[in-house]
Design a protein around this ligand. Structure first.
Ligand code: ZN
Length: 55
């Protein structure tokens, strides 16, 4: 198993379990994760990508 790694800043979680403050985003069939800081800063773009980026 690989510890979750933030898709934006590359920060790696301390365990294989995703911290509660981190956010997952299904993008192009892959699960990306964002650390708490990046999730806060990018929540709008993450949410908009869910709707529009792949079509
Ligand atoms: Zn991050």
């Amino acid at each position: 198993m690989v510890n979750p790694t933030c898709a934006l800043c590359g920060q790696q979680a301390e365990s294989e379990d995703l911290p509660l403050t981190w956010v997952t985003s299904m993008e192009n069939g892959r699960r990306l994760v964002y650390c708490d800081r990046c999730a806060r800063e990018n929540v709008r773009s993450i949410e908009s990508k869910l709707d529009s980026a792949w079509w």
